[in-house]
Design a protein around this ligand. Structure first.
Ligand code: SF4
Ligand code: SF4
Length: 119
């Protein structure tokens, strides 16, 4: 049985939270319980002493992080379908596959994170 993973290209994550909502609704999680959270870091200036004010002078990232409740949508992937979050990602910046496949994708560009569930 291969080990599976999510790959998230957070350079293109818009922070729309569709993955959060899709996961929560499809799994019927109660209020305050989540399968994935989107964390916003920024904006803050990378060099506070600099007078430059371009977008690239700031750190500002949205990074979706699956929680301990993420099982990679085991039932759904057992039917050969993508996890709900991947299916509903408006920016198409989430991928699902084996750890080896995702590692190969990860090597192709920076600003990506890979997630492997704990169970
Ligand atoms: S893979 Fe499934 S359980 Fe995990 S975060 Fe995405 S929608 Fe939620
Ligand atoms: S659905 Fe996609 S673009 Fe929207 S917050 Fe989640 S990962 Fe980012």
């Amino acid at each position: 049985m291969p080990q599976y993973a999510l790959l998230i290209d957070y350079e293109y994550c818009s922070g729309c939270q569709s993955c959060e909502v899709a996961c929560k609704e499809e799994h019927d999680f109660p209020v305050g319980v989540w399968g994935i959270r989107v964390w916003e870091d920024g904006p803050w200036k990378k060099d506070p002493e600099s007078a430059d004010d371009q977008g690239s002078d700031f750190n500002w990232n949205n990074v979706p992080v699956p929680t301990d409740l993420c099982d990679l949508c085991a039932e759904r992937i057992g039917q050969g379908r993508d996890p709900f979050c991947v299916h509903h990602c408006l920016a198409e910046c989430m991928k699902f596959g084996t750890v080896e496949e995702m590692a190969q994708e990860m090597a192709k560009k920076p600003k990506q994170v890979m997630f492997v569930p704990c169970n």
